[in-house]
Design a protein around this ligand. Structure first.
Ligand code: SF4
Ligand code: SF4
Ligand code: FES
Length: 236
C-alpha cells in the first residue's frame, strides 16, 4: 500500500522539533515497527522535498507486545508500534509522534524514567512474605502484565510528569502488593496510594480503554481503593 508518512522529528532534547514527510510503499500486513526498521535500512531514502532522510530514532526490544518500549502516538493515538498494522491506516496517511507526556530524547524516543521513579517512591513492595490465592492470584497475574509502556498516562487528563498524581502505570503494579496486604502489616503503600492515586484520579477510565495489554484497569482501581482507602483486605 502507498503511504504518506509524517514523522515528528527532533535531533535531541534541546533542538526544535520539525515534521518530515516521506512517501513509501509497504505491505499492509507490516506493522509500524517493521516499517520503521525498513525505512532505516534504506540507503537513499529522501523526504517528499527530495532531502535525504537521516536515521529515525525509535525504541523497541521484544517486537512481540511484551516490553512496552515501542509506544508512540500513531495517528494521534498512543499505540505499540509492534502491535499496529499498516492495514489499520485506511487513509494511507500515517502520523508518527513521540508520546507527549514525557520529555523527548530524540525523534520517537522519550524518557519514561518517571514511571520507575514513582514505583520506587511509593514503596511498592511487601515487608513480609505472602501467598497468592484465589481472587488475589488472578488480580496479581493480570496486573503483572503491565508493560510500563505509558500509554495510559498519555491519555490521562490528570497525569503530568512533574505532578503528584501517578496514574495507572503506578496503581496497576501497586494493586499486586495491595491485594496481599494485611491489616497488621506496614501501610506505607496505602498512604502513598491515597495521596498519589486516589486523591488525583477522576475515574474517567480513559486509561482502561487504551491499555495495549488489555489489563482490567477498572478492577485494579476498585480493589486498590477497597484495600488502601476503605481497609477491606482480601481474604487469605
Ligand atoms: S497499565 Fe497498560 S497502558 Fe498503562 S503502562 Fe501498564 S500496560 Fe501500559
Ligand atoms: S481513571 Fe482517568 S484520571 Fe484515573 S488514572 Fe485513569 S485516565 Fe487517569
Ligand atoms: S517492541 Fe516490545 S512491545 Fe513493541
Amino acid at each position: 500500500m502507498k503511504l504518506i508518512i509524517e514523522i515528528l522529528r527532533q535531533r535531541d532534547s534541546a533542538s526544535e522539533p520539525y515534521r518530515q514527510k516521506i512517501s513509501y510503499e509497504a505491505p499492509p500486513e507490516d506493522t509500524v515497527a517493521t516499517l520503521l526498521s525498513k525505512l532505516n535500512r534504506e540507503q537513499e531514502l529522501t523526504d517528499m522535498t527530495g532531502k535525504p532522510v537521516g536515521r529515525i530514532e525509535w525504541q523497541c526490544s521484544c517486537l512481540q507486545k511484551k516490553c512496552g518500549s515501542c509506544a508512540m502516538r500513531v495517528n494521534g493515538v498512543p499505540r505499540l508500534a509492534c502491535d499496529t498494522k499498516l492495514s489499520e491506516c485506511k487513509s494511507g496517511k500515517l502520523l508518527l509522534e513521540p508520546l507527549r507526556k514525557f520529555p523527548t530524547v530524540c525523534d520517537l524516543v522519550v524518557d519514561r524514567s518517571v514511571m520507575m521513579t514513582h514505583l520506587l517512591s511509593i514503596h511498592n513492595w511487601l515487608e513480609q512474605s505472602a501467598h497468592h490465592t484465589g481472587k488475589a492470584l488472578e488480580l496479581c497475574y493480570d496486573a503483572s502484565r503491565c508493560l510500563q509502556c505509558g500509554c495510559c498516562l498519555e491519555v490521562c487528563p490528570n497525569f503530568f510528569a512533574e505532578g503528584d498524581f501517578y496514574g495507572a502505570a503506578a496503581f496497576v503494579p501497586a494493586s499486586r502488593v495491595l491485594s496481599q496486604l494485611r491489616r497488621e502489616q506496614p501501610q506505607d503503600l496505602s498512604e502513598f496510594y491515597r495521596r498519589n492515586v486516589y486523591n488525583g484520579c477522576g475515574k474517567s477510565l480513559s486509561c482502561r480503554d487504551i491499555c495495549p495489554a488489555g489489563i482490567d484497569i477498572e478492577q485494579k482501581l476498585a480493589t486498590s481503593n477497597a484495600v488502601a482507602v476503605w481497609k477491606r483486605y482480601f481474604k487469605k
